[in-house]
Design a protein around this ligand. Structure first.
Ligand SMILES: [Zn+2]
Length: 73
């Protein structure tokens, strides 16, 4: 009997909570199930950044806005 010892290679997608298996071949979205969920997480991060009291004219705000625009396009 072969014991399956691959629990460390599994995770739950932080966004949609489905089980994700780590794959060696270029699974660079891990622990997300897909690039879509990875982008969703990034979107959450940007929304949080927007809630920070940033000066309207600051470079930080401009950087965040540019970043969001690039994601949308
Ligand atoms: Zn997901």
């Amino acid at each position: 009997m072969i014991e399956s010892n691959d629990e460390t290679r599994r995770a739950k997608c932080p966004i949609c909570r489905i089980k994700v298996e780590f794959r060696d071949e270029g699974n660079n979205t891990f622990p997300f199930c897909s690039d879509r969920c990875q982008m969703h997480d990034l979107g959450n991060w940007i929304n949080e950044a927007y809630t920070l009291p940033i000066d309207q004219n600051s470079t930080e705000r401009k950087l965040v806005e540019d970043f969001a625009k690039n994601l949308e396009s």
